[in-house]
Design a binder for this molecule. Structure first.
Ligand code: AMP
Length: 170
């Protein structure tokens, strides 16, 4: 009788210990699961922050627009500015840019429609002033890497002053 009591007590202790271990493991599992979720969430937030920083970061064009860099402006109003490309690919190479920083064409919204329209009317005016309106010219906006965009502040290239050949050379 005494032996069976001792045995029962022993079994109870062992079972209790096993149960405590199982509970601990379950708790650890839950903690692991939770920490995994938290890590994934933090990673996502971090990526969003990095993307936001990159996309909202000003480029050299903002400094030109504010004339913190003394690039001569060919035109400026409340919406857009224009100046000659620093490394002209053709005889007449002008950039028309919105004053507001917009990283790529993917980032424009309906609120920017007036600005985008203004970029074209200013291109037309500058083409006339540069004497290339009758001979002809090309307007280009590059978007992201496949589009050949180097400066992440949208800009329209006004190109002319010589025959421009076929539309693309890939
Ligand atoms: P994209 O490849 O469409 O992004 O064109 C960027 C253009 O900006 C290139 O044609 C560059 O030569 C021109 N560019 C870069 N820095 C300057 C600058 N400081 N002043 C004028 N044009 C610039």
């Amino acid at each position: 009788m005494k032996l069976s009591l001792i045995l029962a007590k022993h079994v109870t202790v062992v079972v209790t210990r096993v149960l405590i271990k199982v509970n601990k493991l379950q708790l650890m599992g839950e903690l692991y699961f939770f920490s995994g979720k938290l890590t994934a969430h933090l990673q996502r937030s971090y990526i969003d922050i990095i993307k936001g920083t990159v996309m909202s970061e000003e480029t050299i064009f903002s400094k030109i627009i504010r004339q913190e860099i003394p690039t001569p402006l060919l035109y400026q109003d409340e919406l857009v500015s224009a100046f000659r490309d620093i490394s002209p690919r053709v005889d007449s190479h002008i950039l028309i840019v919105p004053n507001k920083h917009i990283a790529t064409i993917n980032d424009v919204t309906s609120e920017d429609e007036l600005t985008l329209g203004r970029m074209i009317t200013v291109a037309k005016k500058l083409a006339k002033e540069d004497g290339i309106d009758e001979s002809g010219y090309r307007l280009i906006i590059n978007c992201n890497s496949d589009g050949g965009q180097e400066v992440y502040h949208i800009h329209m290239h006004l190109l002319g002053g010589q025959p421009l050949g076929t539309m693309l050379s890939v």
